[in-house]
Design a protein. Structure first.
Length: 384
């Protein structure tokens, strides 16, 4: 089976896409990964080179949630349709919304990782302003036109249904993360006396501000890892914490392996890939009290109201003073995290792809397009 998948390079969807492509490969699936948002860094290119049968096709087109994106979103749609002619996928896997409304020849799956309207409601406590009305219309049209829509958590899928429905929703497929690198560093005896957080530091949803406020009254240092520069160029500033900057995946795994506590008092987190990584590394987890995070972690984490920095401080103090509790929470988090494997994720998506294809073998299910004969004659034009 040939897959055409989209992804952005400025968030966790990049990591998700590589994990999924790697996990699908043993099932005979080749992935062409079309990226947008920003050109991949050299580090990202090297990551992609390690995934078997992954063809990276980069672009710098704006994403639908960026400032004034619509001309570039339209151009990206034309580019993606051209890629479909070149790649001839059996299934198109979209990790964005608007392009679900393109006239695809292959069946299209849309995966909802986050969205502006649910972000706005969770972070700002009110509906998104009228300036986002076009975004609402375009996203609604993309979801309605897709062959199927899923998300990594039930909470995220229900939020999309409430904001943009109706659309053809299917079973949730939780994200997965490779165990090996994080499991190797998860040695309770080597845990250090510090607290870690990681993610896009400029994103208000991560609520690093609450952690900064709580850090002022703690005996342990608080370290934050991640990119502080917003795609629009603004740079976040921080107080009371040690800023580690953006860490390469092996360095982040090592930092999580040494951290005794991972704290992310998020206001909005549709799944929480960084928390999954910290759980695999055996950190005791302190997370924002959100339906999505409770869905993922159950009783394997402690939860605090995102806007109560005093409750966050007291929870962290309690863990600092109780090494046995820290260790037991770290073990519980690791056991829970190890259920979210890339293999489980791949099986979930394989089932969805087969459903889109109607149970027909991929080669038979592929629908030729009017331009295929020209593409065959002009194959060099499909180099990128």
């Amino acid at each position: 089976m040939q897959l055409l998948m989209t992804a952005d390079t400025v968030g966790g969807v990049w990591t998700y896409a590589l994990e999924l492509a790697r996990a699908l490969h043993p099932h005979g699936i080749r992935t062409a990964l079309a990226t947008m948002g920003a050109l991949p860094t050299r580090e990202q290119e090297e990551e992609a080179e390690q995934v078997p049968d992954l063809q990276l096709i980069p672009s710098g087109f704006k994403l639908e949630w960026m400032d004034d994106p619509w001309d570039e979103v339209r151009a990206a749609g034309e580019w993606l349709l051209w890629l479909e002619q070149c790649v001839r996928p059996d299934v198109v896997h979209l990790n964005g919304y608007v392009h679900g409304n393109l006239p695809w020849s292959a069946p299209a799956l849309v995966v909802g990782h986050s969205c502006v309207l649910s972000w706005w409601q969770a972070v700002r406590g009110e509906p998104a302003p009228p300036s986002w009305d076009r975004y609402r219309r375009e996203v609604s049209a993309g979801l309605a036109a897709a062959g199927a829509v899923t998300a990594p958590s039930r909470a995220m899928l229900e939020a999309l249904q409430a904001l943009y429905g109706p659309f053809p929703a299917v079973d949730v497929v939780p994200n997965g993360r490779t165990v090996d690198v994080f499991h190797r560093v998860a040695n309770p005896a080597e845990k250090g006396n510090y607290i870690l957080a990681a993610g896009r530091l400029w994103d208000e949803a991560k609520n690093i501000q609450a952690l900064e406020a709580a850090a002022a009254g703690l005996d342990w240092p608080v370290c934050v890892a991640g990119d502080g520069r917003h795609p629009n160029g603004n740079v976040a500033t921080h107080r009371n914490v040690q800023v580690l900057g953006r860490l390469a995946p092996p360095d982040l795994a090592e930092a999580m392996g040494r951290a005794a506590i991972y704290a992310l008092p998020a206001r909005y987190e549709p799944f929480g890939l960084s928390a999954l990584e910290a759980g695999l590394a055996g950190c005791a987890l302190v997370l924002g009290d959100l339906p999505s995070l409770r869905e993922v972690w159950g009783d394997a984490a402690l939860f605090v109201p995102p806007d109560d920095s005093e409750a966050l401080r007291e929870t962290l103090r309690r863990l600092i003073a109780a090494p046995d509790l820290r260790r037991s929470l770290g073990v519980a988090a690791r056991e829970r995290a190890m259920a979210y494997t890339p293999e489980r994720m791949a099986r979930g998506y394989l089932s969805l792809y087969q459903g889109l294809l109607g149970g027909v073998a991929p080669a038979a299910a592929h629908r030729p397009t009017p331009m295929e004969s020209e593409i065959e004659e002009e194959e060099p034009a499909c180099a990128w």
